[in-house]
Write a protein that binds this ligand. Structure first.
Ligand code: G1P
Length: 165
């Protein structure tokens, strides 16, 4: 039913107030992105999403966010996020990459999350509602190399890169 529905199914396993969620088709190598995100979470006490800039004509493959305020060179306070917008509706080319530190309050939002783009229940749509309710979400421009397994070309290239490690 979508990423949001999948996350909702983990509710009974989450004991802490925040949890780390990784999508398996977004690999980041050479640097420990999760560790960096945990540090940021501890400092700012909010949710964190990994991010990078994508090509403007590719924004419809990603969750895209707009920035409210720059915290520093790598971290941004998020103003809004939209799931897979058209190029003309995209607020920027800052894409969400599949690594999130989320508050368990997200489950409350996911429980009644309506279907969105493509008829799926998106984690992005629940995050958007939390941002509107003033929860802090930080976009973290990660260090390290991104391997995109979400396209056939990217998947093959990722296999080659991983074999070199
Ligand atoms: C999911 C999210 C999207 C995010 C992307 C990162 O999309 O819904 O917001 O940008 O992962 O890879 P999916 O790749 O499952 O279509």
């Amino acid at each position: 039913m979508g990423t949001g529905d999948a996350v909702l199914k983990t509710k009974k396993f989450i004991k802490n107030n925040y949890f780390l969620m990784l999508l398996p088709d977004d690999l980041i190598i050479k640097k420990n992105c999760s560790k960096d995100m945990i540090k940021i979470h501890k400092k700012f006490k909010g949710s964190v999403m990994a991010s990078m800039k994508v090509k403007k004509n590719n924004v419809d493959r990603w969750g895209i966010y707009s920035i409210k305020k720059n915290i520093d060179k790598l971290n941004f306070k998020i103003a809004d996020v939209i799931e897979k917008p058209n190029t003309k509706d995209a607020p920027s080319n800052n894409a969400v990459i599949g690594r999130y530190i989320l508050s368990k309050k997200i489950f409350h939002y996911l429980k009644n999350q309506k279907k969105g783009k493509g008829g799926e229940i998106h984690i992005t749509d629940a995050i958007r509602r939390m941002i509107l309710d003033q929860y802090l979400f930080i976009g973290h421009k990660f260090r390290g190399n991104y391997l995109d397994c979400g396209s056939m070309k990217g998947y093959i290239k990722s296999g080659i890169e991983i074999s070199k490690l």
